[in-house]
Design a protein around this ligand. Structure first.
Ligand SMILES: Cc1ncc(COP(=O)(O)O)c(C=O)c1O
Length: 344
């Protein structure tokens, strides 16, 4: 049993620090593609040569999705195909041999079934982490992709991403340092996250911020781990997609649900000036697999602290959050086919 997941409470342990005790693992061998035995194995340490490509040249990427205990006691994964496809896209950007989305999906389903008993009841869930690392042993291969690798799926019983449940967050706006490079923004690669770490730690220390909202040159995009929205009673606004930031699956879900509920949708650039004016009357929130929908209560920018309306979670944010979680948790119909039922 790793990290005592069976005994520890996912609601008090830090998000992602407990693990289910099984994993699925496939190996990529040069010239012969991915080999997956077709079942989960015990979660064990990986043995890596110190000259492994991923450790030196960041040939690594991952996904993050969740399985939720349903209202009827069954278990379902949320939007598994979309996450599998995004994983394939990330691997392509690393210039490694991509697995098929079908293989990634199968390995996710098998890993969830093998760890189903670790799933906490809502608002907890089983967080799922598909991962690929390049295992070529060559410290001279800075300009060559890894032609071998480990593709694996591990799971983590989780409570709330933001300690304290639904509470209005404080976000700091960073206008100078970008989150990552423009061509890698849509890749879920660890290097992106370490690039965002410095500004995030500074914002936590200097502005008591929960997250940094990156708005390079005044162009509001995303935070270090979630997408960003403005909403009022009529309209939902978010940055239009390009390669510079992550195409969130939650973002896509919120846009679909908001359209279903009759909101006018605006996917376009969001200038910083507009955001500053918006918060007098409108709401702002973050979206992500981990964050779900998290209301923003305060924005700090260049030494100023702006309160978002009355600083409390807004009615539209809570309405959209509920529409999303109702589908995730099987409390509502699934008109868009987002739930995949699994054994357990
Ligand atoms: C940088 C970044 N943006 C946005 C998101 C939200 O994406 P999703 O809704 O697919 O979890 C995430 C989380 O995965 C992220 O890491």
């Amino acid at each position: 049993m790793s990290a005592g997941a069976a005994e520890q409470d996912p609601f008090s342990a830090p998000f992602g620090s407990l693990f289910g005790d099984r994993m699925t693992l496939a190996t990529l061998e040069p010239g012969s593609g991915y080999r997956y035995p077709g079942h989960a194995v015990a979660l064990e340490n990986l043995s890596l040569h110190p000259g492994t490509h991923a450790l030196h040249y960041a040939s690594a990427c991952f996904e993050g999705l969740k399985a939720h205990r349903q209202a009827d006691g069954s278990l379902a994964i949320f939007r598994v195909d979309d996450h599998a496809e995004r994983m394939v896209q990330s691997v392509q950007r690393l210039s490694m041999v991509p697995p098929t989305a079908e293989l990634v999906r199968t390995m996710i389903v098998d890993a969830v079934e093998a760890n189903a008993s670790f799933t906490p009841d809502p608002p907890g869930s089983l967080y799922i982490r598909p991962t690929l690392i390049g295992t070529l042993v060559n410290i001279g291969a800075a300009a060559a992709p890894s032609d071998s690798g480990f593709l694996y799926v591990i799971t983590s019983p989780v409570g709330d991403y933001f300690a304290g449940g639904i509470r209005p967050l404080t976000i700091h706006i960073e206008t100078e340092i970008p989150r990552t490079t423009p061509q890698f923004g849509m890749v879920k690669s660890g290097a992106n996250y370490v690039m965002a770490l410095g500004p995030t730690l500074d914002a936590k220390r200097d502005h008591a911020a929960d997250q940094v909202l990156f708005a390079t040159g005044g162009d509001v995009t995303e935070t270090g781990a979630s997408n960003f929205f403005l909403v009022d009673d009529d309209r939902l606004i978010t940055r239009n997609l390009d390669e510079s930031f992550l195409h969130g699956v939650t973002r896509a879900s919120v846009l679909t649900l908001a359209a279903d509920l009759g909101y006018e949708i605006e996917e376009r650039s969001v200038p910083l000036d507009e955001l500053e004016a918006w918060v007098d009357h409108g709401e702002a929130f973050l979206s992500g697999t981990a964050a779900v929908l998290a209301p923003v209560g305060t924005i700090t920018i260049a030494g100023d602290r702006l309160q978002v309306r009355d600083g409390q979670p807004g009615a539209n944010t809570l309405r959209l959050r509920e529409a999303l979680t109702d589908i995730q948790l099987g409390r509502a119909d699934d008109p868009h086919g987002w739930r995949t039922p699994v054994e357990g």
